[in-house]
Design a protein around this ligand. Sequence first.
Ligand code: ATP
Ligand code: MG
Length: 392
Amino acid sequence: MSKVILLRIGEIFLKGKNKSYFDSVLINNIKRQLTGINYKFLKSQNRYYIEDYSEFEQDEIVDRLQKVFGLHSLSIATKVATSLDNIRDNILEYAPNPGQTFRVSCTRADKTFPVKSFELAGKMGGYILSKVDNLKVDLHNPEVDVNVDIRERGYTYIFSNKIPGAMGMPVGVSGKGMLLLSGGFDSPVAGWRMARRGMSISAIHFHSYPHTSLQAKQKVIDLAQVMTKYCQDIRLYVVPFTQIQEAIHEKCREDFMITIMRRIMIMIAERIANKDGCGALITGESLAQVASQTVQSITSTNEAVELLPVFRPLIGMDKYEIIDTAEKIGTAKLSELPYPDCCTVFLPEYPVIKPKLETSISEQAKIENVEELINWAIENTEIIDLKSEYEK
Ligand code: ATP
Ligand code: MG
């Protein structure tokens, strides 16, 4: 008898012909996530098993695996050599508490085991009822579903609790996206959501030192490092934006400052994305959240992009939902830190809410040397390679 962790795959289950590719990426991601831990990996049909690990590391393993996209759910199970006695001797550990409703579900892949599934379920249900007081069987909607899974090769798995997985698609199957990462709540969540659809993530941050502090930059590095728990390695580009921001401040209409800033940011992001092999840009914009996130503002920003699609996974999300997710994934406590970023220095008192596209373009044209400034910023961009938190 030993404890194992049973992993169920999510959506890639639907992948038909390409399934083996998705499977191999997922397995590779699982193994990377468990770097430094001793265990044995087993694959059988649509399930994987983590076996032969130290019980002291079980919580750590589960915590790491819950961050792997592509896994639907996990269960801690007891693995026994298949026999009626072994099943009975181990099943009480998974029995409900007095007063709960339950059922026993059996599956029998090994047809040489002489007891049929429904018969075994009845026997084990009866056994549990005889040992625990005040239980009620509920076959349709039980509080506890005790599972007995009789597999080929002489082993049976017993479990009841299902721990939710991160769902989505394995990181890497959807290419790479360039995340515009600020220090706020939104952009880390946006990156996390695209990683959940299988994108590897690179990130780009614009900073305006000395108008913004080194702490603001460090905060973004720390945020990206937290994201590596889900996204594996992240290359972070830190773009010196001070000169551009000063030029905008000096030359353009004050109420258009944010609009022009966004346009130039996204232009730089696209150029670096192309060099980095990214197929898309990702932002944390959410409709109507602030003046720069109205339909007209987004139109003005979007026009500055040449070709790449801009993914805005939060566009229809509520701020409360976004913060909930940030808390769940562990970025909220960093995002909360109060260091101003470049969107808050030189901030106009009344930014334009519905910028006209033509005005955005003509205001930007007032910075005659914009190409030169952009090239300088790209040439002086700092690259910070963040290793996956679990492979450092
Ligand atoms: P966040 O919570 O991500 O900071 P926000 O609600 O503050 O977003 P804005 O400041 O309008 O919204 O920024 C919208 C998006 O533009 C951000 O989600 C991010 O993708 C990008 N962005 C803004 N500032 C920066 C920056 N300094 N560096 C990189 N990207 C940025
Ligand atoms: Mg922000």
